[in-house]
Design a binder for this molecule. Structure first.
Ligand code: NDP
Length: 292
C-alpha cells in the first residue's frame, strides 16, 4: 500500500478560497482584517515563519503590522506593544511569535493579549472554552489545521481510535481535545515522553497525530496498515548534500508511506495549514466586530 497524501498545500488553498468571500463581505462593511505580529530576537526559523504569515496576509488582502524588537528588548517593551494593539480598533488579531528570549515570560505575555484578538488561540480563555467542548471560538492554529486536513480527506473519525504523540499546550493537548470533541468523536489516547509501550499503543490506532519534535521517530512497524498518519513535526537535520547543509524532516519516518492509508508530507503538510488557520482566525476576529 502507498499512502494517499494529506496535502496541506491543496487543503490550505481551499481554505483560502472560502476566506476570499468572507474578506470581501467584511470590506463591504469598511473593514479590512488586520493581523499584528510581534517578533523578538533573531531566531532565523521564526523570521521565516513571520515572513510567510505576512506574505499570506498580502495575498489575501489582509493588512499586517510587523513589530520587530531586538533580542535584548525588555519584557515591558513587549507588554506595551501588546497593550497598545489591544486598544486599537483597527487591529483584529495579535500574535507574539514563539520562542521568546529566555528572560521573557511567554505565557504571561500570551495572557495579556485580549482573548478576542488571540488569533493563536493560546489564551487561557480560548483554551478553556476548548476544554468545555466549545469549538466555535479562536482555536489553536496547528491542531485546527490538522482537523481541517482530516475533514478535507473525508476521513471519518467517529468512534475511531486516535493517538496524539505529544501533550504540549500549543499542539498535542488541543489536538487531543479537538479529536475527542463532539462532532469529531474519536476515542483519544495522549502519549508523551513517559508513555510505556509507545509503538504498541500507536499500532492500535486508526489515526496517529505525531507532534514530538523527534526526527523520523514513528516507524512503519508502529503503524496499523491503512491508518491515517498526520505528521506535525518540523525538525531540521544536517544534510551535507544540500547547499544550505540541512533539510526539514517530520516526526514520521517517510517509509511509513508504505503502510499507512494517508500520510501528511513534511514540508507541505501541516505547516501551510497552520498559516491558513491563522488567516481564518484573523478573519473570524474581524467578523465578530460587526456581528457577521
Ligand atoms: P514540545 O517540545 O512543546 O512538546 C513535545 C511533546 O512531545 C511533549 O509532550 C513531549 O513529552 C513529547 N515527546 C518528546 N519526546 C518524546 C518521545 N520520545 N516519546 C513520546 N513523546 C515525546 O513541542 P511542540 O508541541 O511545540 O511541537 C512538536 C513538533 O511540532 C515540533 O517538531 C515542532 O517544530 C512542530 N510544530 C509544527 C508546527 C506546524 O505548523 N507544522 C507548529 C508547531 C509545532 P513531555 O510532555 O513528557 O515532555
Amino acid at each position: 500500500m502507498t499512502a494517499r497524501s494529506l496535502d496541506g498545500k491543496a487543503c490550505a488553498s481551499s481554505v483560502e478560497v472560502a476566506l476570499h468571500n468572507r474578506i470581501a463581505a467584511l470590506k463591504e462593511h469598511g473593514i479590512t482584517p488586520h493581523l499584528a505580529v510581534v517578533i523578538v530576537g533573531n531566531d532565523p526559523a521564526s523570521h521565516v515563519y513571520v515572513n510567510s504569515k505576512i506574505r499570506t496576509c498580502e495575498r489575501l488582502g489582509l493588512t499586517s503590522t510587523h513589530i520587530e524588537l531586538p533580542a535584548d528588548a525588555l519584557e515591558n517593551d513587549v507588554r506595551k506593544h501588546i497593550e497598545n494593539l489591544n486598544l486599537r480598533d483597527d487591529v483584529h488579531g495579535i500574535l507574539v511569535q514563539s520562542p521568546l528570549p529566555d528572560h521573557m515570560d511567554e505565557e504571561g505575555l500570551t495572557e495579556l493579549i485580549h482573548p478576542t484578538k488571540d488569533v493563536d488561540g493560546f489564551h487561557p480563555v480560548n483554551l478553556g472554552r476548548l476544554v468545555q467542548g466549545r469549538t466555535d471560538g479562536l482555536l489553536p492554529c496547528t491542531p485546527h489545521g490538522v482537523m481541517n486536513m482530516l475533514e478535507w480527506g473525508g476521513i471519518e473519525l467517529k468512534g475511531k481510535r486516535a493517538i496524539v504523540l505529544g501533550r504540549s499546550r500549543i499542539v498535542g493537548m488541543p489536538a487531543a481535545l479537538l479529536l475527542a470533541a463532539r462532532g469529531a468523536d474519536a476515542t483519544v489516547t495522549v502519549a508523551h515522553s513517559r508513555t510505556e509501550d509507545l509503538a504498541e499503543r500507536c499500532a492500535e490506532a486508526d489515526v496517529i497525530v505525531a507532534a514530538v519534535g523527534r526526527p523520523n521517530m514513528v516507524k512503519p512497524d508502529w503503524v496499523k496498515p491503512g491508518a491515517v498518519v498526520v505528521d506535525v513535526g518540523i525538525n531540521r537535520v544536517d544534510d551535507p548534500s544540500r547547499e544550505r547543509g540541512w533539510r526539514l524532516v517530520g516526526d514520521v519516518d517517510p517509509a511509513v508511506r508504505e503502510v499507512a492509508g494517508w500520510l501528511s508530507p513534511v514540508p507541505g503538510g501541516v505547516g501551510p495549514m497552520t498559516i491558513a488557520m491563522l488567516m481564518s482566525n484573523t478573519v473570524r476576529a474581524a467578523e465578530r466586530t460587526v456581528d457577521l
